[in-house]
Design a protein around this ligand. Structure first.
Ligand code: AMP
Length: 495
C-alpha cells in the first residue's frame, strides 16, 4: 500500500483506530459502478442518488482515465458533488458509494470508495456489508506491518489484496476474500498498468451467502453494477441479472463480462437479508428475484390475516417505509387506508442540543399527524419494525395528542431481538427493546391499546422462495461470529 488519497489525515486515522478499531461495525451502504462510456462517473453519480436511502453520511466516486480521480465528501450525494468536481471525474470506468454509519466514525477518512496503490495497479473499492472477522484480520495485518488509514472493515481487504503475493489481481481478490467472513457486495475498479497509460477494469463480487443484493445492468455498450435495480430505472439501463452469491463478474473495456466462482466450496444455501424486503430496499427495486413492493404488500396482507384489529376506523402507516405494508393490511382487512402522518423529507441530519426536550423535536421535525383526519378515530398503526422503541413511543404520543381514540399497533416483522452483523445498522442487544421486554411490556411502554408483530412463519411465507438470513429476529446467524470483547449481550456463535 503506497498511495492514499490526498485528503487522508493520517493522524486522525491513527487516533480513531486507537480508540476503537471498527467503531463502525454497523454500516448501511449502497454501491454503483459503470464501465464503457466517457460519462461513467456522471452515471454513477445519478445511480448514487437513487441509492441515497442506503446511506446518507458520506458519498464518493473514483474514476480512471489516464489519471486517477477521486472525490468524496460528508453528506448527501447532491451536496457532495458539484459541477466543478463532477467534471474532474473523467474516464470510462467509475465506482461510487453512499455510506451511513452511526457510531464514532463519522469521518471523511472512512468515506468510500477507498483507493490504494497495489502491486496490481491502482485499486478502488466500494463495499456494502460487513466483514465479521475484520477485527481479527486487522490485528494480524498490523502485526505484520500494515498501517491502517481508516477505521473501516473494508480497508482490511485492500491490505489482504496488496499482500497476497498472487500473480494477478483476480487471484489476489480471491485469495483475500477467502480470508474474510461475513457479508460483502463489493465493487472494485482497477487501473491496470499497461502501455495505454492505464485503463479501468470493473469487478463486482458477492459473498457466497449473498447477504446483500448486487445487480448487473446494461446501458447501450456500457455495463452497470448497482445495489438495487432502482438505479437502472433512472439510468435507462436494462437489468441483466443479479450477481450470484459467490460470483465474481469481471468487465474489461469493450469486452463482455466474465464470470468466475469465488470459491470451490460454495455453501448449499444462500442467506439473503430478509430485512431488505421489510425496511431497507426501495419498493421500486427488484432484489433476490422478487419485487420489493410485492413482498412488502404481501407482508401487510399476511399481518392482517394473522393480527386483525377489531372495531377500528382506518389503517395508517409510519411513512415512508411502512406505507406499502399498510396498503396490504388495508386491502386484506377491508379497512380504508388513510394518510395519518406527513413526513418532511428535508430535515437531514440535525444538530440540536442533546437534552431530552430538544431531542423530542427531532421526531416532530420529521413527522406531523393530520389532526383533522385522526381525531376521535380508532386506528391500526402499521410500522415495519421496532428497534429501540423510542421513535414509535413519540409517534404514539403525537397521535394521542392529535385526538386518536385507540391505537392498535401492528408490526410487519417479528420482534428484533439481536443485532445485525452483516451490514444493517441495528444496535446491540441491550438497546433492542424486544430483547429486553415482553410484548406486553413493549405495548405499555409505547402506550398503545394492542400490539402484535408478524410471526416468523408469516414473514418467511410472504418472502416467497429463497433462503434468508433472519438472524436479527431468530438469533440464527448463518456464519461464525467471532466474539467481540466488551460487546454486551453478544449472541453466541452459530454456524
Ligand atoms: P425505534 O423507535 O428505534 O424503534 O425505530 C423504529 C423505526 O426505525 C421504524 O419506523 C423503522 O422503519 C425504522 N428503522 C428500522 N430499522 C432501521 C435502521 N436500520 N436504520 C434506521 N431506521 C430504521
Amino acid at each position: 500500500m503506497n498511495r492514499y488519497p490526498k485528503d487522508f489525515k493520517l493522524n486522525e486515522a491513527i487516533e480513531l483506530s486507537k480508540e476503537s478499531p471498527f467503531s463502525d461495525l454497523h454500516e448501511e451502504c449502497g454501491v454503483c459502478g459503470v464501465i464503457g462510456t466517457d460519462e461513467a462517473a456522471h452515471l454513477v453519480y445519478l445511480g448514487l442518488t437513487t441509492l441515497q436511502h442506503r446511506g446518507q453520511e458520506s458519498a464518493g466516486i473514483v474514476s480512471f482515465d489516464g489519471r486517477t480521480n477521486r472525490h468524496v465528501g460528508m453528506g448527501l450525494v447532491a451536496d457532495v458533488f458539484r459541477k466543478e468536481n463532477l467534471v474532474t471525474l473523467n474516464g470510462n470506468c467509475a465506482i461510487g458509494h453512499v455510506r451511513y454509519s452511526t457510531t464514532g466514525s463519522s469521518s471523511i477518512i472512512n468515506a468510500q470508495p477507498l483507493l490504494a496503490g497495489t502491486p496490481y495497479g491502482e485499486l478502488a473499492v466500494a463495499h456494502n456489508g460487513n466483514f465479521t472477522n475484520a477485527q481479527e484480520m486487522r490485528k494480524k495485518l498490523e502485526q505484520s506491518g500494515s498501517i491502517f488509514q481508516t477505521t473501516t472493515d473494508t480497508e482490511v481487504i485492500m491490505h489482504l489484496i496488496a499482500k497476497s503475493g498472487e500473480k494477478n489481481l483476480i487471484a489476489a481478490i480471491r485469495s483475500a476474500l477467502a480470508k474474510v467472513e461475513g457479508a460483502y457486495s463489493l465493487l472494485f475498479a482497477v487501473k491496470s498498468k499497461n502501455k495505454h497509460g492505464g485503463e479501468g477494469t470493473l469487478i463486482g463480487v458477492r459473498d457466497p451467502l449473498g447477504f446483500r443484493p448486487l445487480v448487473l445492468g446494461k446501458l447501450n455498450k456500457s455495463w452497470v453494477f448497482a445495489s438495487e435495480t432502482c438505479a437502472f430505472d433512472l439510468l435507462g439501463a436494462s437489468s441483466v441479472r443479479e450477481v450470484a452469491p459467490g460470483e465474481m463478474v469481471i468487465i474489461e473495456k469493450g469486452k463482455e463480462p466474465r464470470s468466475l466462482p469465488l470459491t470451490d466450496r460454495m455453501p448449499k444455501k444462500s442467506a439473503f437479508c430478509i430485512f431488505e424486503f421489510i425496511y431497507f430496499a426501495r419498493p421500486d427495486s427488484k432484489i433476490y428475484g422478487h419485487s420489493v413492493y410485492e413482498i412488502r404488500r404481501e407482508l401487510g396482507r399476511q399481518l392482517a390475516r394473522e393480527a386483525p384489529a377489531q372495531q377500528v376506523d382506518c389503517v395508517i402507516a409510519v411513512p415512508d417505509s411502512s406505507v406499502v405494508a399498510a396498503i396490504g393490511y388495508a386491502e386484506e382487512s377491508g379497512l380504508p387506508f388513510e394518510v395519518g402522518f406527513i413526513r418532511s423529507h428535508y430535515v437531514g441530519r440535525t444538530f440540536i442540543e442533546p437534552s431530552q426536550h430538544m431531542r423530542d423535536f427531532r421526531v416532530k421535525m420529521k413527522y406531523n399527524p393530520i389532526k383533522e383526519n385522526l381525531a376521535g378515530k380508532s386506528i391500526v398503526l402499521i410500522d415495519d419494525s421496532i428497534v429501540r422503541g423510542t421513535t414509535s413511543r413519540k409517534l404514539v404520543r403525537m397521535l394521542l395528542a392529535a385526538g386518536v381514540k385507540e391505537i392498535h399497533m401492528r408490526i410487519s416483522s417479528p420482534p428484533i431481538t439481536g443485532p445485525c452483523h452483516y451490514g444493517i445498522d441495528t444496535p446491540n442487544k441491550d438497546e433492542l427493546i424486544a430483547a429486553q421486554k415482553s410484548i406486553n411490556e413493549i405495548r405499555k411502554y409505547l402506550g398503545v391499546t394492542t400490539l402484535r408483530y408478524m410471526s416468523m412463519e408469516g414473514l418467511l411465507k410472504s418472502a416467497k422462495s429463497g433462503n434468508y438470513c433472519t438472524g436479527c429476529f431468530s438469533g440464527n446467524y448463518p456464519t461464525r461470529l467471532p466474539a467481540r470483547k466488551g460487546a454486551k449481550g453478544e449472541i453466541a456463535l452459530k454456524c
